[in-house]
Ligand binder design. Structure first.
Ligand code: CP3
Length: 344
């Protein structure tokens, strides 16, 4: 069997047509996702229902024939497995019990105590490894420590990660200990996903852009480097995608500094700039503005072609610069896929 396209790009091959998948490809923009979520009851129940989580993972594969499936779960399941309370406020987003004092941190579980809670997630992965088409790659994921910590400290999403920055400034010891626990637990979590069938893992550092200077080095680069080194030691040859969203100039050299096989680009950097400065070190993923999934038309086609052309001289995985939004139109997703596959 020839190697899956996504794995070939991750191994550094320049392909005539880039493999394509989409962040949040299983999500509310799909009527079949909304129906399955209603059947599960709510979002978290869907995450922990292995059969239904596998079903929503497969829905966008059936509809669009993407080159990769990403496990259906959430980055906040790990804090929950560590003992944080987690719930979702409809129309608003996640809420967690907060970590602000050493005692809050001390009350959390250890890195090896997460697997009972996460067992349904591993079961979802095993179902997917069995049921995916043979040409489709299976991606596991976790949040990067800084991004996950920003939710744990604030107890919710925040525009500027203010509470996490404040704890980092006021009590660096507690903050660093939280990052340490998350780094260790993320290694165990991702390793278990690989054992269950993930062929690639992706580390989502959605809020990396708010870390500056030495903080970026200490809390985005260093934890990613440790996680990747540990995973590759346990699972030789495992490809890793890192997504330090909105890292801007710090995208340059990120792959080399962390050992990532591929850096995922958000849509705030131009593809032409990234081809010259980031793709020179290896595979890149991205970076169409997700807004085009709402607006469609010639703008979508032109931008898709421009990005494919800009990255054509090196290894590239086509994706959006961030997740598709609930108002995205499935017809526009189909148009994007068609355009990528005929573009070269
Ligand atoms: O990409 C995929 O299709 C795989 C599944 C996936 C989800 N979340 C499902 C989800 C992945 C990889 C994530 C990652 C995730 N979760 C991130 C990092 C990526 C990013 O978007 O920056 C973050 C920050 C979270 C935390 C999170 N989960 C938030 C802030 C929210 C609420 C905002 C929103 O979009 O509603 C979620 C909920 C969530 N996670 C949904 C999905 C499909 C929507 C929930 C629903 O169905 O009601």
């Amino acid at each position: 069997m020839t190697k899956k396209l996504l794995l070939r790009a991750l191994a550094g091959e320049t392909l005539p047509t880039p493999p394509i998948w989409m962040m949040r490809q299983a999500g509310r923009y799909l009527p079949e996702y909304r129906a399955t979520r209603a059947k599960a009851g709510d979002f978290l129940s869907l995450c922990y229902n292995s059969d239904l989580a596998a079903e929503v993972t497969l829905q966008p594969i059936r509809r669009f024939g993407f080159d990769a499936a990403i496990l259906f779960a959430d980055i906040l399941l790990l804090p929950q497995a560590l003992g944080a309370e987690l719930w979702f406020e409809t129309g608003e987003g996640p809420r967690l019990s907060t970590i602000t004092r050493p005692a809050d941190l001390g009350a959390l579980k250890g890195k090896d105590d997460i697997h009972d809670r996460l067992a349904p997630v591993y079961e979802t992965m095993r179902i997917l490894a069995r049921e995916l088409p043979r040409e489709t790659a299976l991606i596991g994921f976790a949040g990067a420590p800084w991004t996950v910590a920003s939710y744990m400290v604030a107890g919710r999403g925040t525009p500027d990660q203010g509470p996490a920055h404040a704890l980092k400034a006021a009590d660096r010891k507690t903050f660093s200990a939280l990052i340490e626990l998350l780094t260790e637990a993320t290694i165990e979590y991702l390793s278990a996903q690989v054992v269950a069938g993930a062929e690639v893992v992706k580390l989502f550092d959605s809020w990396a852009g708010s870390l500056k200077g030495q903080d970026f080095t200490d809390f985005a680069l260093a934890p990613a480097a440790r996680i990747i080194a540990a995973l590759k030691a346990r699972h030789p040859g495992l490809p890793v995608i890192a997504f330090p969203r909105e890292a801007g100039p710090r995208y340059v050299g990120f792959a080399r500094a962390t050992g990532a096989d591929c850096v995922a680009l958000d849509n705030s950097v131009s593809a032409e700039w990234a081809a010259a400065n980031v793709q020179k070190d290896g595979c890149v993923q991205g970076n169409l503005d997700p807004r085009h999934m709402v607006t469609g038309g010639q703008g979508l086609v032109d931008e898709t072609r421009r990005i494919v052309r800009a990255f054509a001289k090196g290894p590239h995985i086509f994706n959006l610069g961030h997740g598709i939004t609930p108002d995205g139109n499935p017809d526009n997703v189909a148009l994007m896929v068609e355009t990528v596959r005929e573009a070269r």
